[in-house]
Write a protein that binds this ligand. Structure first.
Ligand SMILES: NC(=O)c1ccc[n+]([C@@H]2O[C@H](COP(=O)([O-])OP(=O)(O)OC[C@H]3O[C@@H](n4cnc5c(N)ncnc54)[C@H](OP(=O)(O)O)[C@@H]3O)[C@@H](O)[C@H]2O)c1
Length: 315
């Protein structure tokens, strides 16, 4: 087996120019970890937040970012394998310093699951973070059920387009916010009603919703409260950073529920997602596939906030 690999290294905090493609030693998996040969790796807003320094939870660069992967297990750090063996095709989450934007990555065994059959490695690599965020927030936090009304903001985005389908699969009536150019795409995924947020104020035209999924934040939080039915829940999935005191207090004062949500990398939950994918209830839209050399461009595109679905890097 080779001992060297190419990886996108982030040499400091800053713009996309801090990313460089380097040749480096293969990482070594520790206890409870797997070394995975990466077939494809998804790009998430977390990647450029980590690159810019807005999020600093993985120590000091240089390190390799990239949280989503699909690939093949080549080695295990110890015998706590959760049933995994070298040669298994898996998808799931890796983390800096040995993230997924490389030819090989290290992933916690608990954050991996068998790759879904029939969709290919590129699509599988686009799923983990966005699908876990959508599934865990809608199912575990909001307990979306049949007949409920769910409002998904940024419905065309990585999380949003999967959330639309997961809520539909649970029997909900789904309303999404997205610019008009995305409406056909979202109707095809099952959205019942779409609000062009560039032309209409959703807070004036949407009412009696049981669950709002908010990946946008800012004034979307307080405005979303206007759309909720009594007892409804607003789930803010932006992750670490912003202070949510105002929206939380406003929700509580009106008898509404508010939850801040951060995804958990979970192989067990990925198996639930695999189930939806394999029965045709969940499809991931890949906006574009770029080579590892174009990681900086992938960050720029993601940071533009205009990607429909996901971007995927291939080594
Ligand atoms: N909490 C967690 O664990 C967790 C996990 C993953 C991600 N996140 C966070 O969640 C956020 C969203 O992630 P993502 O991957 O879904 O992002 P994304 O794919 O980059 O979102 C892009 C989409 O956002 C839409 N959009 C932008 N502004 C909008 C607005 N004002 N109203 C409606 N839609 C709008 C765009 O749609 P149009 O083309 O229609 O404008 C575009 O399709 C990020 O901040 C990310 O860091 C958190």
């Amino acid at each position: 087996m080779t001992t060297r690999m190419r990886a996108v290294s982030q040499r400091g905090y800053g713009g996309p120019d801090v990313l460089e493609l380097v040749e480096t030693d293969l990482p070594v998996p520790g206890r409870g970890e797997a070394l995975v040969r990466v077939h494809a790796a998804g790009v998430n807003p977390a990647d450029w937040k980590l690159r810019s320094g807005a999020v600093r939870k993985f120590g000091v660069p240089p390190f390799t970012v990239g949280l989503d992967l699909c690939g093949v297990v080549v080695a295990l750090g110890d015998d706590r394998t959760a049933g995994l063996r070298p040669g298994d095709a898996v998808y799931g989450c890796a983390f800096p310093p040995h993230g997924a934007h490389a030819e090989y990555a290290v992933a916690p065994v608990a954050a991996l699951a068998a790759a879904p059959a029939g969709i290919g490695g590129v699509a599988a690599a686009a799923l983990p973070v966005a699908a876990l965020t959508a599934w865990q927030s809608l199912v575990r936090v909001a307990a979306v059920g049949a007949g409920q009304r769910v409002l998904v903001h940024a419905a065309a985005g990585g999380i949003g387009h999967l959330a639309v389908q997961i809520a539909k699969a649970r029997g909900a009536h789904v309303i999404g916010t997205a610019r008009e150019a995305r409406h056909a795409f979202l109707r095809d995924l099952g959205a019942d009603r779409l609000v062009d947020y560039t032309a209409h104020d959703f807070a004036e035209v949407v009412r009696d919703v049981d669950v709002v999924l908010d990946p946008i934040g800012g004034d979307y939080g307080p405005r979303s409260l206007e759309t909720l039915a009594p007892g409804g829940i607003l789930v803010d999935v932006r992750g670490a950073g912003p202070d949510r005191t105002v929206v939380r207090e406003r929700a509580e004062a009106r008898g509404l529920r508010f939850a801040e949500f951060g995804f958990t990398p979970s192989g067990a939950d990925l198996e639930q997602i695999t189930g939806l994918v394999e029965r045709g209830a969940l499809r991931v839209a890949v906006d574009r596939v770029l080579p590892l050399e174009e990681a900086a461009r992938a960050h720029e595109l993601s940071e533009s906030g205009r990607v429909a679905g996901k971007i995927v890097l291939v080594p």
